[in-house]
Design a protein around this ligand. Structure first.
Ligand code: SAM
Length: 234
């Protein structure tokens, strides 16, 4: 028996989840090809694929669920919250069309997975989480994984993050009843925002909000989604 048969490819030896992660991406790509909704581009950009490939999703779920980390479904992360379905993370990342010099904002850090995927593609990433223990866990996790271009805070994301505004892109990963005006204000001219809007406990519409260079705001309905509600006092 030749020894080379026993040798594992480099990536696999270092990361036992590499095969599962590659399969997850294949599943997402197949689903997007046949996908639903008002999506002009039924293909993931190469940089989005490599971002999905770079983030160890199993590090963002509770230990006992690690075996399911690469299934194409949301998973519970405690405090009644979820890490979103990988398919949705992929679509939303693709639709934001971020560039490598961009500064972006996420509302709803949760596990930190979505902001980690985006942080692979931009220079500065900010995220706000309203549930303190979740925000703290995400902070520790992202630090441990070496993400030094992500800044988190605990607070109500409805009001955005004035101090770091304006943003090239904003992504809201909880369901809102309407588009928060502070977020529209904090979007750069030429910027894009994705936000699920609709009833709290049923299906919402994922909206793409675009601000033109002249500051005109245009909204488009893209596809039905199901997110946990955006909470807070507003
Ligand atoms: N992006 C997350 C991830 O990658 O794991 C998943 C987001 S989870 C579906 C929605 C998150 O939004 C929850 O963690 C919830 O606590 C948070 N959230 C709800 N309302 C919020 C608000 N007003 N401001 C900030 N975060 C909020």
């Amino acid at each position: 028996l030749s020894l080379s048969i026993l040798a594992l490819p480099d990536g696999l030896a270092k990361d036992p989840f590499a095969v599962k992660r590659a399969k997850m991406i294949e599943t997402i790509e197949a689903e997007i090809k046949t996908g639903y909704g008002n999506l002009a581009n039924k293909k993931l950009d190469d940089n989005v694929i490599s971002a999905l490939n770079s983030v160890p999703r199993h590090e963002f779920v509770p230990k006992k669920l690690q075996h399911s980390a690469y299934d194409n479904r949301p998973l519970p992360i405690g405090h009644g919250q979820t890490i979103s379905q990988p398919y949705i993370v992929a679509i939303m990342t693709n639709l934001l069309h971020v560039g490598k010099n961009d500064s972006i904002l996420e509302i709803g850090t949760g596990s930190g997975y979505q902001i980690a995927v985006l942080a692979e593609l931009v220079s500065k990433a900010y995220s706000i989480e309203i549930i303190e223990p979740l925000g703290k866990e995400a902070q520790a996790r992202l630090q441990r994984l070496g993400y030094d271009n992500i800044t988190l805070k605990i607070g109500d994301g409805y009001y955005g993050w004035e101090e770091h505004a304006p943003f090239d892109a904003i992504i809201v990963t909880a369901a809102a009843s309407h588009i928060p005006p502070p977020l529209i204000k904090q979007l750069k001219p030429g910027g894009r925002m994705l936000i699920p809007v609709g009833s709290r406990f049923m299906v919402q519409e994922l909206l793409l909000v675009e601000k033109s260079e002249e500051g005109k705001v245009r909204t488009q309905q893209l596809l039905p989604v199901a997110f946990v509600p955006l909470t807070g006092k507003h």
